[in-house]
Design a protein. Structure first.
Length: 145
């Protein structure tokens, strides 16, 4: 099973949807805390399912269990302590019962991609979420696009 990840910032809509299409993504799993933020641009939750379906025939799902908490994200934005953020985020996933609480078949039947805002996966919770799923589900390969 492959799990893709993508961030939307520093990408045009053409680049973003092109990357999803070129990688055969059929399900975009939105793991943002605030998917309707005014900063989300063309990826606002109110519009994204329409664009995905009409442009590339891709489904959309919002999965808040993979989003950081408001408090955790706020603390990281203040202190920029990635190591602390990573530890606390992984503890949050365990507390939420991820990955058991997720529908694994959704990831097995479709080419799923985790969506967040960061342009690169290095310091983004989408990488941590994908790695957490990889550590808990057999046969997962992660591809950051």
């Amino acid at each position: 099973m492959q799990i893709f990840t993508i961030g939307f910032t520093q990408k045009t809509a053409e680049e973003f949807f092109g990357l999803l299409q070129d990688n055969g993504v059929t399900l975009l799993v939105d793991i943002r805390l605030s998917p309707n933020s005014q900063l989300a641009g063309f990826t606002k939750q109110d519009n994204l399912p329409y664009f995905l379906d009409k442009l590339i025939g891709c489904a959309y799902d919002h999965e808040p269990r993979l989003a950081p908490s408001k408090e955790l994200l706020g603390a990281y934005r203040q202190d920029k302590d990635w190591a602390a953020y990573e530890t606390q985020y992984l503890a949050l996933l365990a507390e939420r019962g991820v990955p058991g609480a997720l529908d694994k078949s959704m990831f097995e039947k479709k080419r799923a991609c985790l969506l967040c805002s960061e342009p690169k996966a290095d310091f983004c919770h989408r990488r941590l979420a994908a790695q957490y799923l990889q550590a808990n589900w057999d046969g997962v390969t992660i591809i950051h696009i």
